[in-house]
Each structure stands twice: as structure tokens, then as C-alpha cells.
Design a protein around this ligand. Sequence first.
Ligand code: ASP
Length: 591
Amino acid sequence: MLDTLGNLKRTHYCGALRATDAEQDVILTGWVHRRRDLGQLIFIDLRDRAGIAQIVFNKEQHAEAHAKAEELRAEFVVAVEGRVVRRQKANPEIASGEVEVIATRLHVLNTAKTPPFQVEDEVTASEETRLRYRYLDLRRPRPHRNIELRHKIFFEIRKTLDELGFFEIETPMLTRSTPEGARDYLVPSRVHHGQFYALPQSPQIFKQILMIAGMDRYFQIVKCFRDEDLRADRQPEFTQLDLEMSFPRQQDIFEVIERVMERACGVIGVAAKGPFRHLDYKEALRRYGSDKPDLRFGMELHNVTPLFEPARATLHFEGNVQAVVAPGAAAWSRKQLDELAEFAKSAGARGVYTVKVTPEGVTSPLEKNLGADALKKMAEAVGAKPGDLIVAAAAKEQIPHSDTSLGVAGQMRLHLGDKLNLIDRGKWEFVWITGFALFEWSETDKRWASAQHPFTGVFEEDLDKLETAPWECRSKGYDLVLNGVELGSGSIRIHRQDVQARIFKALGLSDETARQRFGFFLDALTYGTPPHGGIALGLDRVVTLLAGEKSIREVIAFPKTTTAVDLMAESPSEVDPAQLDELGIQIREKK
Ligand code: ASP
């Protein structure tokens, strides 16, 4: 027979009991974490949101409670009445370890089936099992802590933006397509036969319209939906801090985000401090081989193409050659070098070359192609010291106006930085990336596409090149990067209707298509649109970094797998034929 909660009122969280609570009568509630039965004495670790408290049932003193405690199993739900006493020997492992509770009464509120895995941080169950039983998984301390941290960060962001005069305004979930470059999730309309809503890829158009509406400063912590191929740091639905301001200079937006990130970092006691540094996109690529450089370590790239030029024919390489200096790696074994070459090839390198710098001189298989002098020159040029290994990679141009060798070397840099333990995990290196091109070439569509989205502003001086040399148009966009992770991007927007119409044209949209897809927005732009700009940050990534986790799934209460499945709710799922009928939808056989 189960007991009822009745009029019992919890007095303390289990995990919150401290030595100062000794000699107090308490009522605790929670889950049976562990039970140890020593006959006369039964010990229960009782767990709640705050942690664990040890409860003691003494057969001699409280026979009835002790008898009931004999029936307890893992994850039973109970309420305990008792008295806090100091332990003879404190347990430093748990926060309440200086005290324990001598139980006078036990109320068993619910039973539990044997869980498929133990509710502990050291869990051996697969991620699949954990996600299927997410409610049990979330009882573990670490996921618990991550969700709490997420709440605290979100709360701090809201407070900060409220103080800065921003309004949180909701925008529709059932809407029409926003071009952020992914596929839409569509929702069929029952009322309007044959018509669909799209779930927002972002609130982009709505937030711009809020500026036209005179709201001046908008933000929203908002779900966005993008149907794209998933990776470890992507979810089909994810949470953004979305923000827009009227009459801003770029610097004003940066300052707002710097305040927000300072306060978010403050939640875990990290003292981030704006202004964050700025890096031009091209410079980031040239020096770090990435538009999201990890600045926690150096190891900058060196363009050594001229030094390799004489051997272009004998080495059979195409494109440019970039080198990095791996400190102390001259001693690497054959096997380590082979692995490195393997990695570089998988990153797209066509040729990988190594040069060892030792106190005796410079040695390399390249010597027969380049000669000893050239190798010495190279070591000097890249600043390699005895003990260092120079690693160079050549890669062929893949896309017009882009240097593939930089990206390849950038990946090698990260790989080596990790292998050589050069990345200081205690550092928080924020950087603003600016100076992006407005368009990038889309190989699939064989045309110029928006590098970001089509509402991104363009430098006025470049407007004349829109039609003639689109690749030279500079965008007013920017990215925020933290420790090599892109946290988000934004821009000063186009606020003139004529310019927006020209951009759509440059993107290959006919007047008709542009009107059909964005007519309402083009119209809105004609009614007195203020200059405006904004940004969106991926909050799942922010929390992941601050929580020190690797996967964003660890900081989302109910994440989906990399195949976009919710294993617990078992969605997506088939639906009732009657529902489809009502929507006028028929499922075709898969081809
Ligand atoms: N809408 C953009 C995005 O979701 C961000 C922005 O431009 O504000 O990436």
C-alpha cells in the first residue's frame, strides 16, 4: 500500500543540508538513490534536484520506519521525517556529507521499475538508451547541472537585454519560408487546402518588420527549424538569441553582444571582457585557415608556395602550399607522421610534406626535390627552431576565388594543436569576424548565392558591382566566434527597397518570384524603414561551451539524434489516415 503526500511539506532539499542544520527536524522528499541494508541499520541515499542526503533507519529506535525501509528499491519515491545529526565521520564526496538524517517516519509515495541504467554520472548505457529514457537520464547529476546552467544563462541574458532596453517579442512559428539556406519544415494547412506553412528557419523577416514598426530594440530566445544534414553541433530545431536594433552602428551591436556574453560567462565565473578583438575574414583565412579561428593557440599558417614553386613539376602538386610549425614534433615517429598525412589527405590535401628541424640541421624527403638550401630557407621563413616539425600541405583550388590550401592547413593546425596539447582549455577567446564577401559561388546551383542571407547589407561603394562583379561586393555582415566555434552571425541590413530588389535580382530571382516570396516585405520596406541591424547567436552552442560539453545534445532537455529522431517520444511517426485525409494528403511509395 502506498502512502500519500497528504499534508507533508518538504522543509529542505536533500542536497542542501549542511552542518548548520544539525539538531533540526526535517521533512525530505526524493528518489531512493542507493540502499545499504546492514540488518539493524538501513542506509538510504536520498536524491533530489539539489543532491544527496544520507538517511539512517534504526530498527531499535524506529521499528516501523525501519520495516518499511526494507521494502525500498532504487528510484522509489519517498518522503522522510527525521532529525539531522552530525555524522561521526564526514563524507567529503557529497555536499551534505557532514550530516545525516535519523528517520522517524517513512512515507513510500511511489514504486519504480528497475531502471535500464543506474542514475549516476558514470553511465555505461549507450546514448540511444539514455535518450529513450531521457527522464531517467536527466536525473543524473551532470545532465541536471547542464539544464540548470542553461536556465541560469538564459535568465542572465534576458536580464541583461531588459536592462539595455530590449523588448522580448514573439514571432510566429507557423509562417512562410525565410531564406537561411536550409530546407524548410512544412506544416500543411487544413483550412486552406493544398497550402502550407513553413516553420521559421529564423525570425529574420519578422524582426526587420518590427524595426519598421518602430519597436527599436527587439530580442527573442527562439526556436528555429532547419531541415539540413545534421552534425554533432546541429539539431533540426535549435535555440537562438535573436536580436535587432534600429539606427545602430556595427559597434553598437557588438557592444550589446559583448555585454550579453560577459554576463553569460559570469554565470560560470569566467571573466570575459569586451571589446572582443576583430579579425578580417581574409586575414583569418590567411593566418588560421578558417573563418572561425581558434585563437587559444598560435601556430599560424605560412604561405610557402614560392619556395615550392621550383619543384611543382617533380612533386606534381596543384594550387598553393601552406605550412605550419609543430613545436617539438621533430621527434615524431614514422607512425605518427603517417597518421598526420592520412589526416591531411582526408581534409583535402593533395600533397603533404614534412621537414624536421634538428640541432644537426634540416632533414626532409623533400631534399632531393628542393635542395638543402631551400629547406634551410624554409625553416627560417616559417620561424622553425630545432625540435620543430614543419608540415606543409598542397591543395588544388576547388571553388573560384577561394584558396583551398588555406582550409586544409587550417584543419591541420587544429589537429596538431590538439595532438600537441597546445590548446589552453582555460582560455575564452572571442573574436568578431568581418569583411565577408556578400556572395559566394554555389557549385550546386551554378550561380552566386548569398553568403549569409539576402537581407545582409552591402557597402554603398560596391553597389555598382552587384551586376558586373558580384564577387567583389563586400557585405556588412559579421560573425562571432568563441574558441573556434561560430556562435552566430548578423549584419547591418539593407533598408532601402530599391537595393533589396536589386539584390534579389543579382541572386537570380525574377521580379515575379521575388514578389511572390517576399512581396509583403518589399512593400513594408517602402513605408519608412529605419537603418537597422542585428545578430543571432546559437544558444545551444553557447551553453555547450560554457558547460564544457562536447555535444549540444548534452545541454538540450529533449534532443534529437543525428537522424532527427526523438527516441523518447518516437517522433517523427506515421499518422492516422483520417488526419491525412482531412489535410488532403496522400503518401506516395518511396522511390
Ligand atoms: N537570421 C540570421 C541567422 O539566423 C541572423 C541574423 O542575421 O540576425 O543566422
